[in-house]
Design a protein around this ligand. Sequence first.
Ligand code: ADP
Length: 488
Amino acid sequence: MVLFALLSRRLYLNFLVGYLLLGLVVAALGVYVLGYLATLGREVDQLLHEDMPLYLETGRCLQLARAEESLAKKSLVTRDPAFFGRADQVGQNLESALTTLASQLPDGEWRAAMSAAQEDHRALWERAAAPPRLTASSGEALTTTFTGVADRLNAVRDGLQERMEARLQESDRTVRRAFHIGLCGWVMVMGMGGVFAYWTARRVTGPLHELHTATRRWAQGELNYQVGVERDDEIGALARSANQMARQLAELDALKEEFLANCSHELKTPLTSLREANALMLEGAAGPTSEGQRKLLELSRHELDRMQRRTAQILDLSRIRAGQMGYHFQTVSVDDLLHRSLQGTHLLATRQGIAIDPPRFPGIAVRGDEERLLQVFTNLISNAVKYNRPGGRVWFEGERFAGGANGWVEISVCDTGIGIPEGEQERIFRRFERGTVDASLPGTGLGLAIARLIVEDHGGTLQVRATPSQGSRFVVRIPAATAEVAHA
Ligand code: ADP
């Protein structure tokens, strides 16, 4: 059960196996290099504790032999018992040194040479007598004996030196081999680590990036977007859960929209009746009204108008989103379109002291549904007036671009109003989203959402560029008409 749970967590296992493998390679490499270091240690140990002491001891024996030869010769020449005594003393020391050396040298040629040297040296003295005496009676005989002893000692010393040199060369080779293996291993571990890191980074960051994109699109209201990560591990599970969450959110959103559309639909007829009754009463059809009654009737007409506009917007929105708007595409003159859009706004602009430059785009035409485009520009112009300041200005800019079947037309609605902070410029196109504006200003937060959907249904785009306190520019880009119309 535990194993099954572990195996289903594939990413966890991938990491575990990957790091274990790397760890194993590093450990194997460490053991290998340690083996070489142990060999090196043994070689250095032999050199320091076997060869070197024997070499030094051989050297000491040679010195003792030379000193003894010199003292013995002096005692023969001078017959001075002091020299003789000292030669005897040095001779005894040499003999015990030769005995030690012979016992420590490896069995074979060297040990035999030492034993022979010991024999020769022993034969030089007769120590059974008291006082002991030298058997050699002349300097020449002494020289012959000591030369023989020295030659043997030198031969052993040279042999030891050669052995030490051979060991040093072997240690050098061991160090080089350990270095090369360490270097190759390091390169291999770095390579493996690099490949593993790249692989894991790609395996993890790719889907995370995809998830990040998805969450951004969901946040922008694109709830039908699905994360395209088909994997059988933890990230795959996360992607599936996230997709499911988005589907549920989309369902809830659709339910909410349906509910709002139903409510708006249900409200439409009673609101129309109420609006008509209100108009009739204001016209005096139900009898004369006092000044106070008229004021109340006008107030309720204002609120009824607002509610009608709001329900109409909600219905438009749900129709557009359901693809049921039913557009009638035709050639639309931009000049005519903007002049018509201005009709409802002029009064408000004059009341607020805002100047609107009349649009002049003779000959520029777009392909679209005139009534829906009218709705778009009416909304943009009324916003440009609503979010402006007394003494402000509203103007239009238009341009044609090549591209697509007949090129593009870009129409900008510009104002010197309050502008929009950078962080809000994309958000204001979401449904029911209002920027940080004076709450007393009337609005539903639906106008721009509808406008963008309409423009997108025309195959175009609606963007904003704005600077806080300086003004805004809403840019509508839509396909140009096949035939251009002359300014009416
Ligand atoms: P409403 O105007 O009903 O609030 P809209 O969808 O038309 O809804 O606009 C959404 C928000 O965008 C507004 O609440 C406002 O904050 C901001 N906005 C729109 N047009 C402008 C503009 N010309 N200048 C500054 N802010 C604007």
